[in-house]
Design a protein. Structure first.
Length: 384
């Protein structure tokens, strides 16, 4: 049993500029030397794994370096998808979320500019998994990099059925439930392969909170969430709960967030999902108070929380004492053994689109490490 607060993050990290250029050129359909790209991904992942270890990240990953975006990559590994979807269609909830702030909408258009190069797709045929080769490349690359960084504890991210459905209009299946079931069956292949490789599987599930502004009522949104949790549980049926964690967020980056659904409105549905680990926003100013939800909600046996103690929408580096305070607050309501330090979201879930500059990203991760050590002293050492 661990006697300290461990640290991790939500996935994406700043890509080196040369790698970013190659990834985005490939995404744009340019003729890219695949061998050169593959080799650069491997070397860059090894570099970022070492850097994570040096920054004190206990459960590290590949930085999502081989992916142009944390959700669109999945449609490249599935049959049935065709290009031709606008960014507005794929992120319809966002227009509702910012409709009261037209001046912010103008700023957001500039921030979202890198997303213009992302290929967005719609489902127009039967879905099945065909991404075995790129998946195996991800696995092999992280295995080598983790070993070079001196750790065997690493995670790989994978898009949830609900996340894929949210960003890819269904033009083939008769019902939304049929579409989610097909996605769950297909993505099961990826989930089980990551687990079999010995990595922690992180299932990205921002759809379980992020898209709430598009619904007329919390009741309607809860039905949406419940259907997606059921699809996720179906896809994970062959994997032990303790081998999986899920990332739930309200959308990364800087947003007004006045339309965000409250954690208290969906927490029971989130805790009904199979993953033992639940990653939640906790540093963002709209959600920093929600540790209090767990004063009244008991965690199921075997479940642990990964509260975001680092805000990925700001270049302010958190003081380690603030990080420690956030961790101690969560430990006070769910138990110190049920808390892992994390980040609110990824630092650039779409390649090149991060509010935080690279040098500050690493300073933030180091602050998380230092804050976790302070929290450990308060939660363990002070009781000895």
């Amino acid at each position: 049993m661990l006697d300290r607060i461990t640290t991790t993050h939500a996935g994406s990290l700043p890509r080196p500029e040369d790698l970013l250029s190659l990834v985005m050129a490939r995404e744009a359909g340019a003729d890219v030397d695949e061998t050169r790209l593959r080799d650069r991904v491997r070397s860059a992942v090894e570099e970022v794994a070492r850097r994570q270890a040096a920054a004190g990240v206990d459960i590290l990953n590949d930085g999502e370096f081989g992916k142009a975006a944390y959700f669109t990559y999945a449609t490249e590994r599935l049959t049935g998808f065709v290009e031709g979807v606008s960014i507005e269609e794929a992120t319809g909830w966002m227009a509702v979320a910012i409709r009261d702030f037209p001046d912010f909408a103008e700023r957001l258009a500039t921030v979202m500019a890198p997303a213009a190069g992302i290929r967005l797709r719609a489902c127009e045929g039967p879905v099945s998994y065909v991404g075995h080769a790129p998946l195996q490349a991800d696995i092999d690359t992280l295995r080598v990099a983790a070993s070079a960084a001196g750790t065997t504890t690493a995670f790989l991210s994978s898009a949830s059925p609900g996340l894929i459905a949210q960003s890819t209009p269904n033009r083939h299946y008769a019902t939304e439930e049929d579409y989610l079931t097909a996605l769950a069956e297909a993505m099961r292949t990826e989930y089980e392969a990551i687990h079999a490789a010995g990595f922690v599987l992180q299932v990205d599930c921002p759809d379980l909170a992020m898209s709430a502004p598009a619904f007329d009522s919390v009741k309607d949104f809860r039905r949406h969430v419940q259907m997606r949790v059921e699809a996720l549980n179906h896809a994970l049926s062959g994997i032990p709960a303790e081998a999986v964690r899920m990332h739930v967020c309200w959308g990364g980056g800087e947003l007004p967030r006045t339309t965000d659904v409250g954690l208290h409105d969906i927490v029971d549905l989130l805790l009904a999902a199979k993953p033992a680990g639940v990653m939640l926003m906790a540093a963002n100013a709209r959600h920093a108070h929600e540790w209090q939800v767990f004063e009244d909600v008991k965690l199921p046996e075997g479940t642990y929380l990964i509260p975001g103690v680092i805000d990925i929408g700001s270049n302010v580096v958190e003081h380690p004492q603030v990080v420690a305070q956030r961790l101690v607050q969560y430990a006070g309501v769910v138990g110190r053994e049920n808390v892992v330090a994390g980040t609110d979201c990824g630092f650039g879930p779409v390649a090149g689109m991060s509010a935080v500059v690279p040098t500050v990203v690493w300073a933030k991760l180091e602050a998380m490490r230092d804050g976790a050590r302070i929290a450990t002293d308060r939660l363990w050492r002070s009781r000895v």
